[in-house]
Design a protein. Sequence first.
Length: 334
Amino acid sequence: MDEDQTDKLERDRVVEEMTARLGVRAERGKRFAELTSLRVGGAIDWVITPQTEAEAATIVHELDQAGIGWRPLGSGSNVLADDADHHYIVLNLSNMKGEVHIDGELVSVSAGYSLPRLCIDVARAGLSGIEGLGGIPGTVGGALWMNAGAYGHEIGTVTEKVRVARDGKVVEVPGDGIEWNYRRTSFREGELLLGATLRLKPDDPDQIKARMDDAKSRRLATQPHGARSAGCFFKNPPSSTIGTGRMIDEMGMKGQRRGSAVVSPVHANFIVTEGENARAEDALALAEEIRERVRREQGIELEYEVELWRSNPSTDYTDKPSVESVESVDRKEA
Ligand code: EPU
C-alpha cells in the first residue's frame, strides 16, 4: 500500500471516530453536482453535516489538528466546483439552522439559516435593513462570507457581531472589526463563520414587505430564475461605467453556448447549465471565453464573483484546497 493510501485510511479513521463520537452525519459518495445550484462538479470523499454551531466548531478544530483539509459549503449557490474528485472534507452547513432570536433591534441567526427565510422573518417582525436581499438564494453564512448585496442593501452594513470557530470554541467578533467590501470581506480561508447578530431598524412591516416584494419582482424581471445558475458570474469592474452584464450583452454573447453551459438570454452576467450530465468544464470554458473577449475588446480584466473550487492538483488530500484568489474591489453595485 502506498503512503497516500495509508494517509487516506488514517483520515477516514479520524473522520469516522469523530463523527460517531459527536453523533454527526458523515457521508461518502456525494457529488458537487448534487450540492450546488449549478448542478455540476465531481465526487467528494466526505461530506460532514453538523447541526449546531458548537458541533461545527469542534469538528473544524479536530480536522485542523489532524491536518485534514476542509471547506465550508452552504446552499452551494455561489460555487463552481470542477469535475474531478475532491479529496478535502466538505462541511455542509445547510442543516446548521438553529433558530432566529429577535431581541428588540438585534437578530441572532446561525450560518446555515436561509437568507430569503430570514428576510421574511425580520420583515414580519417589523425590522428593516435586509429587505433588498430577500430574493438572493443562499445561506446567511454565505452572505456574510462574501458580503452579499442587492438593491441598496448589503449584509455587512447591518452586522453587529459574527460568531466564528476558534480553537474548538464559538467566539464572537465585532462587525466593525471586519472589512466589508464589494462582494469581499476580510474573513480568511480556514476561518469558519458560525452565525451572526444583526442590528436592524424598526419600521412598518407592510412597508418593509412592499420593498422586499419590489426587490424580488425586479430580480424576477431581470435575472434568470428556475435555471441552474450561481448568480452573477463576474463582479462589476471598478473602472467601467457600465456593468458586466450589460458589457457581455453588448458584445452579443447572450445565448452563447459551450456544451452544457449557456450565457443566460435573460441576464448576460449569468451562466446557466443544462442537462443531466452538465460539466463544470463547459461553464469554465465559457467563462474564460467571456473574459478573453472582454480583455481584448474592452481592455478590462473581469474578476470572478463565483468561487472556483479546484480539486487537489496533487494527490496530497491534506492540502488546503485552492480557491481562485480574489482581488479587492471597492465598488458598490450600480
Ligand atoms: N443589463 C443589460 N443586459 C444584461 C444585464 C444587464 O443591458 O444582460 C443592464 C440593465 O438593463 C441595467 C444594468 O445593465 O441597466 C445593470 O443591470 P442590473 O440592474 O441587473 O445590475 P447588475 O450590476 O448586473 C448587480 C449585482 C446583482 C444584484 C443586482 C441588483 C453584481 C455583479 N451584480 O447586478 O447581484 O442582484 O445588481 O442589485 O454586483 C449576484 O451577486 O450574484 C448578483 C446577481
